[in-house]
Structures are given as C-alpha cells and as structure tokens.
Design a protein around this ligand. Structure first.
Ligand code: RNT
Ligand code: ZN
Length: 418
C-alpha cells in the first residue's frame, strides 16, 4: 500500500497523520552512549569487570575502545535513526588529555568539552549520569556506605556531576537530566535495612545542595528491585526513590526503568500513576527478559503500551523525559543501537496514530465490547507505510534500507578492532 492510501485509512479514524509525524520529529529521545562499549567507559581499567549488579554478555567483534571509536559509531547510528536524538553520557566517559586523569570526585566540565563539541556539531542536547559503579571506591556500597570516607567520595562525585550537568545544559541550550542510580545493596539477608537507606537519603540531599537551575539541570532518582550479586536487598528500592522524589519535588524527578520491577509489574501502568502527582518523570526504556537483562528494545507490546501512555498522558509536552538504556554485546552493537532507537520511534509514532479520544469515549461510555474490537483492529492498519514515510521525511533510511550499511561498516571499520 502507498503512503497516501495508508494515510487515508488513518484519517478515516480521525487521526491526523501529518501532525503526528511533525510532532515526533521534535520529541527528544536520549541515545545512551554505553551501548557501544559494553558500559566500560574510559576512566578505569577496561579489563576490570562491570560492578553494581549490571552485566553485559557476549563478545561480538567491534567494541569501541576509545572516544574516537565510540564517536564514530555514534555517527553511524545517527545517520540511521529518525527523530530528535540527544546524547546520554555517563561520567565514566570523561575524555582526558594525554597524560591527564581525574578520579570521579575530581571530574570537571572540561573533561566533557570534547563531548560538548561533538554535540554542538550535530545539534544535539545531552543528558548525564554520575557513575557509581565499576570503580575501586565501591566498597561495594557507595552513597549508602557506612564508611564515611567512601560515602564522601561518592557525594563529591555526585556534586561534580551536578556541575557538569549545569555545564552541558548551558553549553548546549537544552535540558540535561542527571540520573542518580547506584547498585548499592546486598547479596544476602542484611542485618540493617534502614541504616543504608538513611545514609543514601542524606547523600542525595548533599549532592542536591550543589546549586543548579531546576529548569535546565534535572536530577533524577532511579529505583531498582535487585541486581546480579545484589539479590537480597537494594538500597534504592522503588518505595525509597519514589518517596525521595515525592518529598523533593522542587529539586528532582523520579526515573523508572522498565527492567527494574517484578516481572508482572508494568511501567506503562505506572506512567499515569506517577503523572497524577509529579509534573515531570523520566524513563529508561529497555527490555527485560526474566530479569533486568537490558536486551535491545523491540517493537513489542509493552514498548507500545509505554509509548501510548507517554502520548495520551501529555508526556510529549515535556512531562516525560525519554531515554534508552540497554546493552547487548552479543550482536553488532551499532545495529543494536539503531534497532532499539528505531523501535522506540516506531512505538511513539504508532501511539500518535491511535484515535485516543474516540477510544477514551468508548471506555467512558462503558462500551467495552466495541472498545476491544476497535483496539484490535488498529493492530493491522498499514502502519509500515506511514513509518517508512516518516523515516524519509527525517532524511533517514526506511526499513529494509539500512542494514546493509551496518554490515558495510562492520567490514570496513569494526573488524579492525580485534
Ligand atoms: C542499571 C540501571 C542504570 C544503568 C545505566 C548504565 O540497572 O538501569 O540506569 O543501566 O546507568
Ligand atoms: Zn536504567
């Protein structure tokens, strides 16, 4: 079917296809830098394992080993994704001059100057994350450590990251969300659950005492249910972070990662729950398989449902900050990046092509039989034709037109990184 015919099908349901495409072009979605190098970063020994309860599996060829390689890969990704990407960096991706190095508590804006130049040249905004894992100072706790020296070190890191976030927001003229996530927790049954949480709370308070303009730099707090090696207890649990955010609404926002809940809980349902109270929320979109496995985001039911809630709860008007968060080392990493980004774009476009008002009316009038039929019928509309048109209008390849470029890049560039 052609675009024009597909468009007519949607218009007959009262959907404004042109407006949907135009809007989606302006919705920022963060591209996580850490898919390209298996979350290793540049500031610690890359042969050391990841810590903090997260893991990458696989050893596909072509992991980016330097800032130059990572940036080249990101450029490849940017050439193949439609929409309005912004970067998402971790503090561990600081770029040092030759012979220079700074520990995490001593990081400065200048260590991200090359990233600012990268973003400016491509018209991108940038989000940021302090890195409270994969570092010798994880004892293994960080912000909740009973060791005051350790805890102070990580508070200083958090404050340094606020200053860097201010710098990124200022330089790039765009909002910078700064996400606080720690892997703090215990493998086995703890003897004190409250102590670490009280210390974590105080630590975040101290970090957020560093000055910032909340309209530009937005600290977030991300919860988690458990991690590998941290199975029994997580300091930053759902109740902890949500309570923190609720009690500090004027200085931080809650972040939900859809890999961080029990398997039958869904973030799609939590989005309207949180938006009933919080002016703004942030998301890490990922794909958990049986645990927080961080698989590549697919165009699957829950991703579509998350997108629908973002769209119909007014999330596109700046209330929902959307970021990707996954890492797969078992397949071509550039393809993994592109696939996940495009799938989230697809989910958002598909959500925007839903006649939300009509469906809501059916619900409000109690016409549930018809609601089911209408919702099911939407699933077989000619979405692919609209999607391909959207890609073209963004100047990016449609489906079926980009994978060969990845294989070409693998043959010419990635194979040489053995
Ligand atoms: C880990 C959290 C966290 C990280 C990134 C790298 O479970 O999801 O957001 O994935 O910060
Ligand atoms: Zn996350």
């Amino acid at each position: 079917m052609s675009y024009e015919e597909a468009k007519k099908r949607y218009e007959s349901l009262g959907v404004n296809v042109e407006a949907a495409m135009e809007t989606l072009k302006t919705v920022p979605v963060s591209l996580h830098c850490w898919q390209g190098d298996d979350v290793r970063g540049f500031d610690t020994d890359p042969s050391k394992p990841l810590t903090g309860g997260i893991q990458t599996t696989g050893n596909y060829l072509g992991r980016a080993r330097t800032p130059e390689e990572l940036m080249a890969d990101i450029d490849k990704v940017l050439s193949l994704i439609p929409g309005k990407p912004k970067m998402n960096l971790h503090a561990s991706y600081a770029i040092f001059e030759k012979g220079e190095w700074a520990d995490r508590n001593k990081l400065e804006p200048k260590h991200f100057k090359k990233w600012v130049e990268f973003c400016k040249a491509r018209g991108l905004g940038c989000d940021f994350n302090p890195t409270f894992f994969s570092h010798p100072k994880c004892d293994p706790l960080t912000l909740s450590s009973p060791n005051e020296e350790t805890r102070k070190f990580w508070i200083e890191h958090g404050k340094a990251c606020i200053r860097i976030s201010n710098y990124l927001a200022e330089e790039l003229g765009d909002i910078c969300t700064m996400n606080i996530w720690t892997g703090d927790g215990f493998k086995d049954v703890p003897a004190d659950r409250m102590g670490p949480r009280m210390r974590y709370r105080e630590s975040i308070d101290e970090i957020l005492s560093e000055p910032y303009d909340f309209a530009k730099a937005k600290p977030c707090v991300e919860s988690k249910v458990f991690g590998i090696g941290v199975e029994a207890y997580t300091v930053g649990s759902a109740e902890f972070t949500l309570s923190y955010a609720a009690m500090n609404r004027e200085k931080c926002i809650p972040l939900m990662d859809n890999g961080h809940y029990h398997p039958t809980e869904v973030v799609s349902d939590k989005i309207p729950a949180l938006l009933s109270f919080f002016p703004e929320i942030a998301l890490h979109v990922t794909r958990p398989i049986r645990w927080d496995s961080d698989h590549v985001v697919l165009f699957d039911d829950e991703t579509k449902e998350i997108a629908k809630e973002i769209v119909r709860c007014g999330g596109l008007e700046g209330r929902v900050h959307i970021a990707l968060d996954y890492f797969d080392a078992s397949i071509n990493r550039v393809s993994a990046w592109v696939t996940g980004y495009r799938n989230l774009q697809k989910a958002l476009l598909s959500a925007m092509l839903t006649p939300a008002q009509e469906l809501k009316q059916l619900q409000d009038e109690g016409r549930f039989t018809e609601l089911m039929v209408r919702q099911e019928e939407l699933k077989t509309l000619p979405f692919g034709d609209i999607w391909d048109e959207y890609c073209r209008r963004c100047g990016k390849p449609a489906d079926g037109e980009w994978f060969a470029q990845i294989m070409d890049y693998e043959k010419k560039v990635l194979v040489n990184r053995q």
